[in-house]
Design a protein around this ligand. Structure first.
Ligand code: RUB
Length: 308
């Protein structure tokens, strides 16, 4: 197996590279680098190895469809190539294009989302979403007076990344433990979270605990916004496929010998928030209602997506 591809897959699996946008860009870049470094001239062999490389990347983490979309956007048109050189050119150009469009989408969403933030707002965010923090930092950069609560996000504590990022941008930030969400919700005006996958029904799959935030926000009549590039929309859900929720090792939750062996540990990494708890999804195309995801998806992926 190509070393760069294997290394990227390993770094996604061990979460050195994490967050749905970053893993998508890493997957697309790894395919581009594989193409750049390929030595042979046999097209059939090249395509076989490319197929293997794609599978290794896609098997690294199961939940974020951004990875699938990033890899498939990079592979687009490669099977029409007549030579290794042509295939290489297609892959490199697709990979660069995906990374560029992905980064642009984050910037656009930051600007659109920041418009929803008002002077004096208190915002709650969960885990570490570069898109949600992008919105918050942009609102702060525009001079809006805001306060942020950020959840710790056990067991990986990605909330530490979030508070470091927001604090170094000068945002007034408070770290809370995950179980404090309902308690602080009465002080919150808006919730901004990221997305790993959005289904055709407008449900959000994101870091475990997101659905609890949504329920608490619903109860307190607090607006709940999802910040998501459209490559986090899952075409597979158009056919009724369920999103696989990753479960990670129990060592992330307990240390060896800490609890009796008879005790089981369940460590799901993501959960699903039904569309009815989501006020709006902020995408690079604009703000869309969860009920419109299906239409946007068909437009984005083309009508043929329904026949595949
Ligand atoms: C990260 C997580 C983030 C989304 C969106 O989970 O759930 O909210 O991936 O991130 P993990 P971004 O740490 O397990 O990857 O907005 O940066 O794409």
């Amino acid at each position: 197996m190509d070393r760069t591809v294997q290394e990227t897959a390993d770094r996604i699996r061990d979460m050195t590279i994490r967050g749905a946008g970053r893993i998508a860009r890493a997957g697309a870049s790894a395919i581009g680098d594989f193409a750049k470094g390929y030595q042979g001239n046999d097209l059939g062999r090249f395509l076989d190895e490319l197929d293997q490389a794609s599978r290794v990347l896609l098997d690294s983490r199961p939940t974020a469809v951004s990875l699938w979309n990033g890899v498939h956007a990079t592979l687009k048109g490669v099977h029409d190539a007549g030579s290794v050189d042509e295939a290489r050119e297609v892959l490199i150009s697709n990979s660069d294009d995906f990374v560029k469009r992905s980064l642009e989408a984050v910037e656009i969403i930051s600007r659109i989302g920041a418009k929803r933030v008002q002077d004096g707002d208190t915002i709650l965010t969960h885990c570490n979403s570069s898109v949600a923090t992008g919105v918050i930092k942009e609102a702060h950069r525009q001079g809006k007076d805001i306060r942020v609560f950020a959840t710790e996000s056990r067991p990986w504590r990605q909330g530490i990344l979030t508070v470091n990022d927001l604090a170094s941008a000068g945002v007034d930030t408070t770290l809370i433990i995950d179980s404090a969400v309902r308690s602080v919700m009465k002080k919150v005006d808006k919730v901004f979270v990221g997305a790993d996958t959005v289904t055709s029904h407008g449900a959000l799959v994101n870091k475990i605990g997101t659905s609890q935030l949504a329920l608490a926000a619903h109860e307190a009549r607090v607006q709940f916004y999802v910040c998501s590039e459209t490559y986090k929309f899952s075409p597979m859900t158009l056919f009724g496929d369920m999103v696989t929720i990753e479960e990670r090792d129990i060592s992330e939750v307990v240390s060896p010998g800490e609890i009796p062996e008879s005790v089981k540990v369940f460590n799901p990494v993501f959960d699903s928030t039904p569309a009815r708890y989501i006020d709006s999804i902020i995408t690079e195309l604009g703000m869309i209602a969860p009920g419109s995801v299906y239409d946007v998806m068909v437009r984005q992926f083309g009508p043929d997506v329904l026949k595949e």
